[in-house]
Design a protein around this ligand. Structure first.
Ligand SMILES: Cc1ncc(COP(=O)(O)O)c(C=O)c1O
Length: 411
């Protein structure tokens, strides 16, 4: 037995991200991450789907790629091609789709394809923290573009493109979450989508369209995808089953024209994404997807209402937010006195996990008094107790809200 531990330190590659912390379990009031509603996982139907698809095609697990090739399980791609056509107006074939290990792998592939240190990417001024951290880690500047109630503002985009061009900078891509934006929850209308296409085309900038939340709309209606409106050219479309079925499955997808998809495929060196997940999803979704999403979104809406009520009750006018048309997040603005970077660790010590706005904004100053709350996972009762606890901590640290509502907290 060798007693001294081996020291990997001198051997580590340069530029690594900081070491990960060990997982210590979920906090009592978990408003972070993109978890969905545990009660709404369709367990019985997934068991039935697994039994039927394995009984029928289980032997194809003997081959990498399930006899469907490297782009992913063909029946799943066929389901997606049909869904994208019906709901997002995208005319694509199964062969235009690449199944990925979550949409995060899609983002990694795009970055590997396009980014080099020193580049610039255009993003919504408040956007997905996982996209911002990846861009930063690549040594790339995320240039924020202002938002309004319909997403990225075309006038702000035009100004950003022109200012960057004057400095000789051609952004590598524009990253947008047009349908149920993360974190603000807005939906970009088709007119604005057309403007975005026109503006970016004029400057030779492709669009990366992240449609992670497009199924979670209360009205059930979504606009045509930017990919569809751009005729499938100059746009990379990314989607996921994480929010509509389950994030732990790790199944996402990309749509792009073959010139781009073939490059992305060459960068995907994992010999295929998990096969069982793809098989079970294809089997389940073929008959259950639409009804599942209808029930899921109704439940999410009820949780959102519980959250908005709790915020109104606990914070009164100190918490400002817009009622989003879908999704799993509420983007909350608190008074100037509050710094959510300081609030987050204090709240966590009291068992309440929140995402401070700084992590979700290209320019951290915009995020200082903002926070993102994910309402999909906790029950309505836990949401109410968690917000009461958050108000108590925030009151103690910042005097906001000025007074604490008198409600019993869950212990
Ligand atoms: C906008 C956006 N894109 C991508 C992801 C990653 O999702 P996936 O689980 O599909 O990797 C998330 C997760 O929350 C997200 O909010």
């Amino acid at each position: 037995m060798i007693a001294t531990p081996f020291d990997f330190g001198p051997l580590l590659a340069p530029g690594l991200p900081p070491a990960a912390a060990r997982w210590t379990g979920f906090p009592k009031y978990n408003f972070v991450g993109g978890h969905i509603d545990a009660e709404q996982i369709p367990i019985e139907e997934l068991i039935a789907a697994a039994t039927s698809v394995l009984g029928r095609e289980g032997r194809t697990l003997a081959t990498y790629g399930l006899e469907s090739g490297p782009q992913g399980y063909l029946p799943l791609r066929a389901f997606l091609a049909d869904k994208l056509k019906r709901y997002a107006a995208i005319a694509c074939r199964p062969d235009d789709i690449l199944i990925t290990s979550g949409s995060l792998q899609g983002l990694d592939l795009v970055n590997a394809l396009l980014l080099v240190r020193g580049d610039t990417v255009l993003v919504e001024e408040a956007t997905y923290g996982g996209a911002l951290s990846r861009i930063a880690r690549s040594g790339v500047t995320a240039h924020g573009v202002a938002l309004d109630g319909e997403g990225m503002r075309p006038d702000a985009l035009a100004a950003a493109l022109s200012a960057l061009a004057q400095r000789g900078v051609r952004p590598k891509y524009l990253y947008t979450i047009p349908t149920v934006q993360n974190p603000t929850g807005t939906i970009m209308g088709e007119e604005r989508r057309a403007e975005l296409i026109k503006l970016t085309r004029a400057y030779g900038v492709p669009i990366v369209e992240d449609e992670c939340y497009c199924d979670l709309i209360w009205s059930g209606r979504r606009p045509a995808a930017i990919y569809a409106m751009g005729n499938g050219s100059g746009v990379i479309h990314i989607g996921s089953f994480s929010k509509s079925i389950a994030p732990a499955l790790r199944v996402g997808y990309m749509v792009a024209d073959w010139a781009v998809l073939s490059r992305l495929l060459a960068l995907k060196t994992d010999a295929g994404s998990g096969a069982l997940e793809q098989m079970v999803l294809a089997e389940y979704c073929a008959t259950h997807f639409s009804e599942h999403v209808r029930v899921l979104t109704a439940g999410l809406r009820r949780k959102l209402e519980a959250l908005m009520e709790a915020l109104n009750e606990q914070f009164g006018t100190a918490a400002e937010f817009a009622d989003p048309p879908g999704g799993i997040y509420l983007w909350v603005t608190l008074p100037e006195a509050v710094d959510t970077d300081k609030l987050a660790p204090l709240a966590l010590a009291a068992g309440v996990a929140i995402n401070p706005g700084r992590e979700w904004t290209a320019d951290g100053a915009l995020g200082k008094r903002r926070l993102r709350l994910c309402f999909a996972h906790p029950s309505a009762a836990t949401i109410r107790s968690g917000i009461a606890e958050l108000a108590r901590v925030c009151h103690e640290a910042f005097g906001v809200p000025a007074r604490i509502a008198n409600v019993a907290r869950e212990r």
